[in-house]
Design a protein around this ligand. Structure first.
Ligand code: 5GP
Length: 386
């Protein structure tokens, strides 16, 4: 059996600057993290060989040096057309001798573990699958592996389309479960400097309105960027890794999308509190009163007693935390049910309003992915908490 591992380290970074692969990450250049995981696979699985698609000087030098250990099982190939998209680097890596399987890894995914890769290869070798990929809580990610039968389709990819499209059409595929969400994280989304992925996006696409309102409707709560929501879901899972969560509770409408994607990572159902002006109080509902920050009106929010039970551990999720009224309503509903608030995950906390402090003072584990400490509607500037 012959397995060609292809490490896509050609660059083509638009968001991070030209050589993000050289960026220091925990004392090592970014490109080295994934490469070392692949070297572990070379050590442990004699069927494997490694082609590094790159033209970066430091990576070329590194691989040349490692050839003294791995001989012709490790080599580099250039990708002169990398600027045209990932499919050009995929093709560059595939050309040359054929193999039984092709495993593609990207160089900006530094937390991938060699054990996960070995697990994926073990599955594909023993199960006769057409392809497979690394996954986490049901979310598909990279690296991905393809049998030689798919070689023509891989060569036929165009532009910036990767192999996921091919995998999605297959029935006979396998998954290797990552140990933690960040194994699937590619560093483009994490932000390159001191801003995290969500802060970067807010900075880029958020609009500051008069009255301390931040509009994020182009990516979060009207049009929704699902890739970003997945990243947020993975991050919530990481931050609440030790929490016991039976259910996620959110509030309509803008919390629903975020909560649903997060729920994939926790593998639990989502309940959303409904807003209602006039309710038939038939006793089957938990009810709380919530003042809307954006609409300046009072709503009653309701949750059917059927969907929240005594003893359950509930994670609250919402898009914004401003004065904390929405969350107070949800906390009240959880309390009415005799359930426990296990934690609260917020996309954007407006740190200059009182909600965060109030909730933290209640002793609840609150995690906000981005905390905005100030906004200036006249300049559009947004300041994040470090
Ligand atoms: P709170 O109840 O904490 O005062 O406000 C939270 C709710 O108000 C969130 O569910 C969110 O929908 C809305 N909200 C508060 N501040 C903002 C904001 O700056 N922008 C947007 N789009 N919604 C906000």
């Amino acid at each position: 059996m012959r397995i060609k591992m292809i490490y896509l380290a050609a660059g083509n970074s638009r968001r991070f600057g030209s050589n993000k692969l050289y960026a220091d990450l925990n004392g090592k250049p970014m490109f080295l993290h994934g490469l070392e995981a692949l070297e572990q696979v070379l050590y442990k699985d004699p069927d494997t060989e490694l082609t590094v698609v790159t033209e970066f000087e430091r990576i070329l030098e590194y691989v040349k040096e490692r050839a003294s250990v791995f001989g012709d099982r490790i080599k580099t190939v250039p990708s002169p057309e990398r600027e045209k998209g990932i499919s050009y680097s995929i093709r560059a890596g595939l050309l040359g001798e054929r193999a039984d399987y092709y495993l593609f890894c990207v160089a900006d995914q530094p937390w991938i573990r060699s054990q996960t890769l070995l697990e994926l290869l073990k599955k594909i070798k023993t199960g006769g699958y057409a392809g497979g990929c690394v996954s986490f809580c049901g979310i598909w990610g990279n690296p991905a592996v393809f049998s030689d039968a798919l070689y023509p389709e891989l060569l036929g990819l165009t532009g910036d389309t990767g192999g996921k499209k091919i995998l999605m059409k297959l029935e006979n595929i396998c998954f290797a479960e990552a140990k933690e969400a960040r194994e699937l994280t590619d560093i483009d989304r994490m932000g390159g400097n001191d801003m995290n992925f969500l802060e970067e996006r807010i900075q880029k696409d958020g609009v500051v309105k008069e009255g301390n309102v931040l509009k994020v409707d182009s990516f979060l709560n009207h049009q929704m960027d699902i890739g970003l929501l997945e990243e947020m879901g993975a991050e919530f899972k990481r931050r609440f890794a030790d929490a016991k969560v039976d259910k996620i509770l959110t509030i309509e409408a803008s919390g629903i999308g975020i909560a649903c994607i997060a729920a994939r990572y926790f593998n639990v159902p989502v309940v959303f509190a409904k807003k209602s002006h006039s309710i038939n109080l038939d006793g089957d509902m938990y009810i709380a009163e919530v003042e809307s920050f954006t609409h300046k009106c009072k709503n009653q929010v309701i949750v059917s007693k059927k969907f929240l039970n005594k003893g359950e551990h509930v994670l609250l999720i919402d898009d914004f935390l401003a004065n904390g009224c929405a969350l107070q309503g949800l906390i009240s509903i959880v309390n009415q049910a005799g359930a426990t608030v296990e934690g609260i995950g917020i996309a954007i906390e407006k740190g200059f309003q009182s909600g965060g402090r109030t909730i933290r003072n209640l002793g609840i584990h609150l995690e906000s992915l981005a905390i905005v400490d100030g906004m200036d509607a006249s300049t559009g500037k947004i300041f994040f908490r470090n």
